[in-house]
Write a protein that binds this ligand. Structure first.
Ligand SMILES: [Zn+2]
Length: 167
């Protein structure tokens, strides 16, 4: 099991910022709408046992929490993007390119899920076959977003990564 080094964690932060920028532009979300989508990005060291999944590069989970605003209890969603360091680093070893691009791909994919769940474009509790269709849609959107990045698609062999699976 290998975890991200400090330098790699720095790349995770940069890729998260870049992916958030690209996804919010794609969906034309105002900064206020974006901040209303509550999400956090966690790496393997911070994951609970239930959040770890060694068969995928990452997964997004939704937690509900309550908060009291002016005596009123409100229910809110928190999306947790769980990066699986070991799987990402093992996949990276099998491809050419740079780790930042792989992280950007993974984080863009997961943030597209977050927007689709958060904007109720999709439900989080999908049946298996619907879930596969949703993954295909998210994949197409992710590629569309990243294809606008200069040279991005030539820098990362997506077919090899797709077989590694994202949730
Ligand atoms: Zn997915």
């Amino acid at each position: 099991m290998r975890l991200f080094t400090c330098q790699e964690l720095q790349l995770v932060r940069q890729a998260t910022q870049q992916a958030a920028y690209l996804v919010s532009c794609f969906y034309c979300l105002a900064p206020r709408e974006w901040t209303m989508l509550r999400y956090e990005v966690k790496t393997q060291e911070e994951l609970t046992i239930n959040e770890r999944l060694d068969t995928v590069l990452a997964q997004v989970l939704c937690y509900q929490y309550t908060c009291k605003i002016n005596q009123k209890i409100e229910y809110k969603d928190l999306y947790c993007i769980c990066l699986q360091d070991t799987k990402i680093l093992n996949t990276f070893n099998n491809i050419e390119g740079d780790l930042f691009n792989l992280l950007l791909y993974v984080l863009t994919h997961e943030l597209v899920h977050v927007v689709r769940f958060g904007q109720q474009l999709q439900r989080i509790d999908l049946a298996i076959e619907e879930r596969n269709k949703e993954e295909e849609k998210v994949e197409i959107i992710t590629e569309t977003i990243l294809s606008k990045q200069v040279n991005y698609l030539t820098q990362i062999p997506l077919t090899k990564i797709k077989s590694s699976c994202l949730l």
